[in-house]
Write a protein that binds this ligand. Structure first.
Ligand SMILES: C[S@@+](CC[C@H](N)C(=O)[O-])C[C@H]1O[C@@H](n2cnc3c(N)ncnc32)[C@H](O)[C@@H]1O
Length: 267
């Protein structure tokens, strides 16, 4: 049986790699890179450096899998059907590449930014791939491919570590969302709310001036930037720092924690 492994590599620091991740990297025959057109040269370089360091002298072959696109006409009529159809095509393309590039009994892997379980489509794709050859049902098992995932350090974990803060106040729930979803978020959830995938400082639309914000960009990278304060004090500073860093580097990845003010008895 061929094996596919999604390896979480952390958020940009080679030292984020766990022992399990390095062992998995060394077991690979092929590294699969899904070309979504969103990868930066910095990200590609980091992956190449990790492989060179961890697999010195026995680096797996890298195979580029060209990603397909959603059908815009179908998406306009029925968005969910379009996504379903697109994912089906993606899995078909991927299984064809794996059959061609990986011998029976071999292992292929994806090096996934952060942790594969958080805001990443690799495991969703592999869930479907697992079903290929087993009546096309991911649940039926016994398909052609065995699938594994190796946990990595997530952006929220890297953010908390950078500030040396706990993610939640005692016994409270944690909410993780995206910049796009933030405006519709119940204000009660802003007590311990991580925001990712935010291209436009969405906190400015929802957070009260006395809400605390812990903002981190390029977490784990030498370019790391950290800003902390209340939204009223540092909100504009964050927006300006974000724009300047993005202009300088050509890309930015940032994550923040919002901690809305709450009675002292609850902290
Ligand atoms: C597609 S998601 C991938 C998340 C990843 N799987 C994880 O476990 O963190 C990309 C988002 O993760 C966050 N992110 C990833 N790497 C980051 C970094 N080095 N610094 C700050 N935020 C980061 C950003 O919010 C970015 O928009």
């Amino acid at each position: 049986m061929r094996s596919i492994v999604a390896i979480g590599i952390g958020t940009g620091n080679p030292e984020h790699l766990t022992g399990e991740a390095t062992a998995a990297m060394r077991s690979l025959d092929v590294v699969l890179v899904l070309d979504k057109g969103t990868e930066t040269a910095d990200m590609r370089d980091l992956r190449a450096r990790m492989l060179a360091t961890q697999c010195a002298g026995r680096e797996p072959r890298t195979v580029l899998v060209e990603d397909t696109k959603r059908d815009p006409e179908l998406a306009a009529r029925d968005y969910e059907a379009a996504v379903e159809e697109w994912h089906g095509r993606r899995v078909a393309a991927l299984s064809a590449v794996i059959r061609e590039e990986l011998p029976e009994g071999g292992t292929a892997g994806f090096l996934v930014w952060g942790d594969p379980s958080l805001y990443d489509s690799t495991l969703r794709m592999l869930e479907r791939l697992r079903g290929v050859g087993a009546g096309d049902s991911p649940e039926s098992g016994g398909g052609e491919f065995a699938v594994r995932s190796i946990a990595g350090i997530t952006a929220p974990s890297a953010l908390c570590a950078a500030f040396a803060i706990p993610a939640n106040a005692i016994g409270q729930a944690i909410h993780i969302t995206t910049g796009r979803n933030l405006p519709e978020t119940d204000p009660g959830l802003l007590r311990n709310c991580f925001v990712m995938l935010d291209g436009g400082c969405a906190f400015r639309k929802v957070a009260e001036p006395d809400t605390e914000i812990y903002w981190g960009a390029y977490l784990g990278d030498p370019r790391q930037i950290l800003i902390h304060g209340t939204v009223g004090e540092v909100g504009e500073e964050i927006a300006a720092a974000r724009a300047a860093a993005r202009a300088e580097n050509g890309w930015i990845m940032d994550t923040y924690l919002l901690r809305a003010a709450q009675p002292a008895s609850q902290t």
